[in-house]
Design a protein around this ligand. Structure first.
Ligand code: ADP
Ligand code: TYD
Length: 207
């Protein structure tokens, strides 16, 4: 089996951090080699860019924001993702390019065609083998975020922004059904965990 590139995505507060743990445990139980990483970030340069991108004090233009996401991504691919896959290690990334289509595309209004140009330039033909998309209604995500943490620069956006982000994720998932599993995250942690595990099981049985 070729090493698999998996991504976990969804709006803020959808349960991503919670279910990265589900995924980590799933791989651990099976003794499968896996590397967990995240975007923006994953390398020293990427983590610096992440800090700037998420800081509520940063002033970043729309195109600049999009370019910085892809700059971090290119370094991440070169230094972390591609070398791991080459060595036969599965990779799970907490967010990837779907987040750019959703946040910079849907949320901020950068045309998807422009993002596709950068996607092709930065990634060549590389796309995730499987993307788990955690989906929750906005009210639920807002309530979960309010209970759990200080808001970063993106989380401070208004509800309309997140409605567009969520719509963009769901539209992309509908357009690429073979790559995405949309998981209803508006359920108990245990139910979502079971759905995440089932999606992993089905994927690895099929490859
Ligand atoms: P994300 O990483 O997508 O922003 P988190 O996993 O950090 O989301 O979840 C946000 C908050 O919601 C956390 O406090 C988490 O414990 C809680 N949470 C996650 N999943 C559920 C769930 N199914 N039901 C209730 N609360 C949840
Ligand atoms: P996130 O991964 O949600 O981290 P945490 O769980 O610690 O809040 O934060 C990253 C933020 O960056 C999130 O709001 C989405 C945003 N983002 C983009 O806007 N575009 C991208 O391409 C990526 C990867 C993330």
């Amino acid at each position: 089996m070729q090493a698999q590139f998996l991504t976990l995505d969804g709006i803020d507060g959808s349960g991503k951090s919670t279910h990265l743990e589900t995924m980590r445990e799933w791989f651990e139980r099976r003794g499968m080699p896996v590397l967990f990483t995240r975007e923006p970030g994953g390398t020293p340069l990427g983590e610096e860019l992440r800090r700037l991108l998420l800081s509520p004090d940063s002033r970043v233009g729309l195109r600049t924001e999009t370019l910085l996401m892809f700059a971090a991504r290119r370094q991440h691919l070169e230094d972390v993702i591609l070398p791991a896959l080459d060595k036969g290690i599965h990779v799970v990334s907490d967010r990837f390019t779907d987040a750019t289509f959703a946040y910079q595309g849907g949320g901020r209004g950068i045309p998807a065609a422009d993002i596709e140009v950068l996607e092709n330039w930065v990634q060549g033909s590389l796309r995730p083998n499987l993307t788990l998309l955690l989906d929750v209604p906005l009210e639920v995500s807002f309530e979960r975020i309010a209970r759990s943490r200080e808001k970063d620069r993106f989380e401070q956006e208004e509800a309309e922004f997140f409605a567009r982000v969520r719509r963009a994720y769901l539209d992309r998932a509908a357009a690429h059904p073979q790559r995405y599993r949309v998981i209803d995250s508006n359920r108990s942690r245990e139910e979502v965990r079971a759905a995440v595990e089932a999606a992993l099981q089905a994927h690895f049985e099929a490859v």
